[in-house]
Design a protein around this ligand. Structure first.
Ligand code: NAP
Length: 295
């Protein structure tokens, strides 16, 4: 089997590469066909996904069986400042990727986000709930979903949220840095979601990619919390003495509106490949333990 990873130096792309090299992760081994797969990685400097002709010829040349499409414009406030660019990278470029996949008969795994929802529900979003994005990022990712489904018949949409891993910038790293340099940090307590260890996400994406069960999936850490509770657990597990205090989003205005509640339901994932997504506290503890071992 031949796999192509876009955005391969990003947070998720790096973890997918790691698991393909290792043949699995703490959650289990990869299916045999994936463990022996040949993977090709592409990053911005090698292939700009916004260049339709380049995408088409690259995919034809590599002739993958599966494309794991992780490249995206992920700066939510940056998307609000430049919605046209967000649409080009997160929406239109997905059509190029999907068309190219269809051309060579490849499966497409497109990673999407909780931002496709309005964020005003009070229970977990189901995969078929109405998408009413409130931000430029959310609208562009929804447009990417629609293009993936319209142009490639073998598409998996995998929505995730609140990602952290070893590679790149994320909330866990930010809180650890702040906790090391101050006595008090204040974190918003009125936005709820699912913290997700990128290791758990990458593993389930690869399990899905080995099936023919195309469709929309939600793949996030188990359990719901707010950012303040997430930060407090990061500080507690890392042993820093820093105090963490809750505050309201209104105190920290940001360009893009954040969803107030965006927990995602896993029933579709459970039915397709089983739901081994760990409770968020357990996945976080494992991550922080391993960060400490790496120091
Ligand atoms: N991070 C989260 O909390 C989160 C939550 C929900 C969903 N997601 C989705 O999960 C996926 C992976 O996220 P991530 O956290 O791994 O993102 P990331 O670390 O920001 O990685 C994205 C990668 O895409 C590359 N890229 C950007 N524009 C490109 C272009 N025009 N052509 C080729 N490559 C381009 C970036 O390269 P450069 O670094 O060189 O720009 C980067 O390597 C994305 O689809 C994102 O929307 C993320």
């Amino acid at each position: 089997m031949r796999l192509l990873i876009t955005g391969s130096e990003g947070q998720l792309g790096s973890e997918l590469k790691r698991q393909l090299r290792a043949g699995g992760c703490v959650l289990g081994e990869l299916p045999r066909e994936l463990a022996g797969a040949k993977s090709f990685c592409t990053q911005f400097d090698e292939l700009d996904i916004c260049d339709e002709a380049a995408v088409d010829s690259y995919v034809r040349e590599m002739c993958p069986d599966v494309v794991l499409h992780c490249a995206a414009m992920t700066d939510v406030d940056g998307c609000e400042e430049d919605p046209a660019q967000a649409e080009r990278v997160n929406g239109t470029a997905v059509r190029y990727i999907a068309q190219a996949c269809q051309g060579v008969g490849a499966k497409l795994v497109y990673v999407s986000t909780d931002y496709v929802f309005s964020g005003d529900k009070h229970s977990a979003y189901m995969t078929d709930d109405a998408c009413v994005p409130q931000t430029a990022y959310g609208r562009s990712k929804r447009s990417g979903e629609e293009n993936a489904l319209a142009y490639c018949s073998r598409t998996f949409i995998v929505r995730t949220a609140w990602l952290y891993g070893f590679h790149g910038k994320n909330f866990v790293k930010t809180i650890l840095r702040k906790a090391a340099g101050s006595d008090l940090i204040r974190v918003v307590s009125d936005q709820y979601g699912n913290p997700t260890n990128v290791e758990d996400l990458a593993y389930h994406m690869l399990l899905l990619a080995a099936t023919e069960r195309y469709g929309i999936y939600h793949c996030t850490g188990g359990g719901v919390c707010n950012w303040y509770e997430f930060a407090r657990e990061i500080v507690r597990l890392s042993g820093h003495g820093c105090r963490v205090e809750p505050c309201a989003s209104a105190e920290y205005p940001q360009k893009a509106k954040r969803p107030a509640y965006s927990a995602l339901d896993h029933s579709a994932l459970e039915a397709a490949v089983g739901d081994k997504m760990r409770p968020w506290q357990e996945a976080l503890r494992d991550h922080i333990d391993r960060l400490e071992e790496m120091e």
